[in-house]
Write a protein that binds this ligand. Sequence first.
Ligand code: SF4
Length: 372
Amino acid sequence: MSGVVGRRADLPSTFAPLLIDWQRRAGRSGLPWQGIRDPYRVWLSEVMLQQTQVSTVLSYYARFLDRFPDVHALAAAEADEVMALWSGLGYYSRARNLHRCAQAVVNSHGGEFPSTAAGLETLPGIGASTAAAIASFCFGERVSIVDGNVRRVLTRLLAFEGDLAQATPQRELWDIAQALLPINPSADDMTAYTQGLMDLGATVCTRSRPACGQCPMQGICRARQSGDPQRFPVKTRTLKRRHESWWLLLLRLGGERDRFWLQRRPASGIWASLFCLPVYGHEDDARSALPPASADALVPLDAVSHSLTHRELRLHPLLLELDVEPEPAVWPDGQWVDAALLDQYGLPAPVKLLLQRLMEPDLFAPAKTRGS
Ligand code: SF4
């Protein structure tokens, strides 16, 4: 249906009522961020749910609200504490923007979130789709979300042939999403509609196995009628990840309690501002960062793979066990951190896992990590 710019007459008028009815009957319910109109909580859940599954978000959401029950508490927090609570959720720019956004709401908006999608979009880290979700859930605004799940549902519904790697078809799909919105909806209708879009993409119209037989759109879906729903969305340019190897110095100081040597990462780039093991691009560089006797005692551990948005990392930990604290002058910059206090530090997910495995090897099976 490329070339049709959201003209109402070309679109199935039954889409919105079918979706609202289905969400109320069969959509997800009972999640802690559902059925509320508190923009702080809805915003927090929306940011956490970007790139992260519901089952993972649940415990983080509860811990965050426990520590930061409102936007004022979050704005007043130290950035390191926010990062530490986020540790393991990945995509850390979300946590940095979350903190900056809370400060903007408090400092520039008197502690109140703007009540329109356009106003919300001016805040740090709030994109168009997140703004639409908050505005529709909390303020009943008639505005559509268009995230990855929604793009998949709509392109299949309409057998939309436009290439979503290109800007024009992307804009066209935004227009279509707006044109499909329910007419004169109540606030409750907008909540059910927005939640329905999310639920349909996440639970029925999934990427690899759309459950068309259980879908409320099966009677009007053009991709289903074509017999090949997985052909949509059309996207010609696929992401290519660069492969890179990193060597991590895993310096462990024994004694009464374990301590690990951590450095803070640079303020920009991968794992920006997080605490991390010293990272090197070559094994020789890692070894030459230590006095020769220490370098000779390094033990290579099993490498782990870790996927980022644009990189495929191969992480090679090099372990050095120490009994006494070495002279600081011969050591890479950093600090010893008590193993019992690691939870208070924002650590990249694979580094956190590596340290946990080292402390409690029986608890872990080999794993491939992704996204932080
Ligand atoms: Fe997706 Fe199938 Fe439903 Fe169409 S009928 S929206 S392809 S699940």
